[in-house]
Design a protein around this ligand. Structure first.
Ligand SMILES: C[S@@+](CC[C@H](N)C(=O)[O-])C[C@H]1O[C@@H](n2cnc3c(N)ncnc32)[C@H](O)[C@@H]1O
Length: 321
């Protein structure tokens, strides 16, 4: 019953995020009436959302009052560094797309709304700021792994960089580094704003274009990023892009891939396994790929050394040299 009604969770978390319930609880509201007043929603609605959130484990009842769970406090309070509340709101809109899944699995790809192959798709302008928070801990971990803070005047290339979150974090850690992001023009405009807000916009450059066809440069970058792009591409496209990324790197440069990576026997992890259905709905050739796929593609692209690192998110870091 819990799984069959799984959309209840998306609805309740999305509605609570829409009305900043977690933010009001964090600020000290403890009753449904207080939440209703602050959120400007009905007392009946506030009580119903709080009941649902207790059921989901995101809100706890202590001494007769409501409080955020530690997870809600970290990930659903507006303005926190890892705030996913915009993503929770966005997922309410995406929920309806799942009704196509029976037809999509029959067809083997999108039937109504292909997403990833459409140039300048407005979809990205909604998704990109909402997912930026997910990449924060991953970008910090990668910076640590690469010793980026003390790497000197390195050049970074982020392909499909979206919000520019990797550049923002890495340029913040290393005052001598410079970053170039390749993405669609409207997304780059958005990234320029977000990176500038973090005070490092003067070392951030954007190239507008399609990552399948725009030249990445030859032996000009020390670090390249390919984060949450491999899952929208098919194997041949990934090999072609990774080969061009290898060429764009200087000898000894590192490629940082971040994605939902599946075990070779397809036994897990749970998140990457279910994420494949999202790609079936939205892309013609994408999916969640196994470690063995990344190893084979990276070897073909000219990388010798490949390591996999778990991250605090459901994504895995793949570092290739
Ligand atoms: C899922 S988001 C990932 C954003 C970012 N790399 C991250 O990890 O947070 C995918 C990004 O790739 C961009 N993108 C997708 N297909 C593209 C293409 N063919 N050419 C250029 N950019 C593309 C989208 O605009 C979006 O910014």
């Amino acid at each position: 019953m819990r799984l069959i009604n799984g959309y209840w969770a998306t609805g309740i978390v999305g509605a609570a995020a829409t009305h900043a319930l977690f933010t009001h609880l964090e600020a000290g509201a403890t009753t449904a009436d207080e939440v209703a007043k602050l959120a400007e929603i009905s007392p009946r609605g506030a009580q119903t959302l709080l009941d649902g959130l207790v059921s989901l484990g995101l809100v706890e009842l202590r001494d007769g009052g409501y409080r955020n769970s530690p997870e809600a406090s970290a990930f659903l309070v507006r303005g926190r560094p890892a705030d996913l509340s915009a993503f929770a709101r966005l997922k309410l809109d995406h929920m309806g797309g799942m009704v196509d899944l029976p037809e999509v699995v029959r067809a083997g790809g999108p039937v109504a709304d292909p997403t990833t192959e459409v140039a300048d798709n407005p979809h990205w302008a909604e998704v990109v700021p909402a997912i930026a928070a997910q990449s924060v801990p991953v970008a910090e971990l990668a910076a640590e792994e690469l010793g980026l803070a003390k790497a000197g005047p390195v050049s970074i290339l982020d392909v499909g960089g979206g919000s520019g979150i990797y550049s923002a974090i890495w340029l913040g850690l290393n005052p001598e580094a410079r970053a170039t992001q390749l993405d669609w023009a409207p997304i780059n405009a958005l990234a320029r704003r977000l990176v500038a807000e973090r005070g490092v916009g003067d070392r951030f450059r954007c190239v507008d274009g399609d990552l399948h066809t725009t030249h990445f440069g030859t032996a000009v970058h020390d670090v390249a990023v390919y984060s949450h792009i491999a899952h929208q591409e098919g194997p041949e496209e990934n090999i072609a892009i990774l080969t061009r990324l290898r060429r764009a790197l200087r000898p000894g440069g590192t490629l940082v891939i971040c994605d939902y990576v599946v075990e070779d026997d397809r036994s897990g992890p749970p998140f990457p396994l279910v994420f494949a259905s999202e790609m079936l709905l939205k892309s013609g050739r994408g999916g969640t790929w196994r470690r063995a796929d990344y190893r084979a593609w990276l070897a073909e692209a000219g990388f010798d050394e490949v390591t996999f690192r778990p991250t605090p998110s459901p994504a895995t870091l793949v570092l290739a040299r």
